[in-house]
Design a protein around this ligand. Structure first.
Ligand code: 4AD
Ligand code: MG
Length: 431
């Protein structure tokens, strides 16, 4: 009896007969030999079916296979240095589950809209599989990083009564008789969690009704948000550089074949270790003006500005101390200059833009109350948040890493739409 096996594990079965549930990715015939490109989700592998060594029935079954037909293949695992996986299957039997007719995604080139309409099938393509495997590895690395450092995973709510990152991009819904919004960020709840457990992080979906149709924006994206009691701005940045280095190095170690499938230049990723450079907003503005950008002090950076700054470095770079008036209400002003806040955006190299936004939070109840008035935020809705400053306030900091932008950067993709299984974008809610 052949052992049941998956492609990723065939190396453990060299010389043995195995049975694998799979799909036909592609097929090539040369006289009395059929070369079956098989995929089973864990990897890709070639099966070699030789007419003279197979039953008539098995040979005909192999012949009937079309692209994306499903089958059980049985065969003997052989080492094959010329193949990408290092192994090959000498086919001994083929059991057809279904012969697929007219699979829409053929090996020819398709437009992005067509592929997006068929996202449920496009996910099977080698490149898309590689991106999803790397996304999974990034998530595993995130969990490992925080587990090793005594953080507790806490889940903030998805349905919320108020906003975290400004009111213009909220997704509105009815909550029985009340109004509710899909969360933009779990941060405010994570601040409460940090006062209860010290070091916490969340990992969940966040929603922004942003009318931006760029290669960096999704309507629904996943964020990792750590929050740490008794941690100041400086230490916050140190955690971030260790965190991002750990993620990148973990993908380099564990996803070699996927990075190869994506033809990623890994020498660029290898440099992402150690301390990252820091530049203040003031210096960034001066630098941009010298480069000929027409940007006055006090304006926020757009993608071209971020790219120009990031080009100066091989690792991600922190831009710190943004003007108070362009940042969120909860950020702590710099005690030596209250016109700027103790915050940082982490900008990824190679033009991938901001992957982290973070800050030290206001811990003074009076200043917080003032900010609520300035930002026109209803005090009743944030009563509970004020309580965190009223009952044992402490210095604390945190940040949010956008998962999809991180995946795009590490995979070297042009657009975030390929970084999430089913992207939600300005003009796309299907499939
Ligand atoms: O800079 P942002 O808005 O920060 C916050 O939400 C804070 N409350 C986080 C915190 O301190 N706990 O968003 C954080 C990150 C960005 O740097 C970016 O990577 C990602 O979330 N992001 C998006 N990713 C995809 N599509 C969008 N529309 C995004 N908006 C933000
Ligand atoms: Mg931001």
């Amino acid at each position: 009896m052949a052992t049941t096996c998956v492609i990723r594990e065939v190396s453990k079965h060299v010389g043995a007969e195995v049975r694998i549930g799979c799909w036909l990715h592609n097929k090539r015939k040369s006289g009395k030999i059929q070369f079956l490109q098989l995929r089973d989700g864990t990897g890709f592998m070639q099966g070699v079916a030789v007419k003279t060594e197979l039953s008539e029935e098995a040979w005909e079954a192999a012949k009937s296979l079309t692209q994306e037909s499903s089958l059980y293949v049985t065969g003997v695992v052989r080492e094959e240095p010329r193949s990408k996986s290092g192994f090959e299957l000498t086919v001994t039997n083929v059991e057809v589950i279904q012969i697929t007719q007219d699979y829409p995604i053929t090996p020819k080139e398709h437009g992005v809209d067509f592929l997006m309409d068929h996202r449920h099938l496009w996910l099977r393509a080698p490149k898309q599989r590689a991106v999803m495997a790397i996304r999974g590895q990034i998530i595993a690395a995130v969990q490992q990083f925080f587990n090793d450092r005594g953080f507790t995973l806490m889940d903030p709510p998805i349905l919320t009564p108020s906003s975290c990152e400004g009111t213009t991009e909220l997704f509105h819904t009815k909550y029985f008789e009340e109004d509710a919004f899909l969360t933009q960020s779990g941060q405010l709840y994570m601040e409460a969690a940090a006062m209860a457990l010290g070091k916490v992080y969340s990992f969940g979906p966040t929603f922004r009704a942003e009318k931006s149709k760029t290669r960096r924006h999704l309507i629904e994206f996943w964020m990792i948000e750590p929050e740490m009691a008794f941690v100041d701005h400086d230490e916050n940045l140190r955690v971030q550089e260790q965190f991002v280095s750990h993620i990148v190095q973990s993908v380099l170690t564990n996803c070699k074949s996927e990075l190869e499938t994506l033809e990623r230049d890994t020498s660029k990723l290898e440099k992402v270790v150690g301390a990252f450079p820091r530049i203040t907003y003031d210096d960034a503005i001066k630098f941009l003006q010298e480069k000929g950008f027409d940007i006055p002090w006090g304006e926020d950076f757009g993608a071209p500005h971020e790219t120009a700054i990031a080009e100066q470095y091989e690792t991600p770079v922190f831009i710190t101390h943004y003007p108070t008036k362009i940042k969120a209400f909860y950020m702590k002003p710099d005690p030596s200059n209250p016109d700027v806040v103790l915050c940082a955006d982490m900008i990824a190299p190679e033009g991938y833009g901001e992957i982290i936004g973070g800050s030290q939070r206001i811990d003074d109840p009076e200043l917080m109350a003032e900010r609520f008035r300035e930002h026109d935020l209803a005090a009743e809705a944030y009563q509970w948040y004020m309580d965190l400053r009223k009952y044992g306030t402490v210095p604390h900091s945190g940040f949010g890493l956008g998962l999809e932008r991180t995946v795009a950067w590490i995979c070297g993709l042009d657009h975030v739409r390929e970084t999430i299984p089913f992207p939600r974008m300005l003009y796309r809610l299907y499939p």
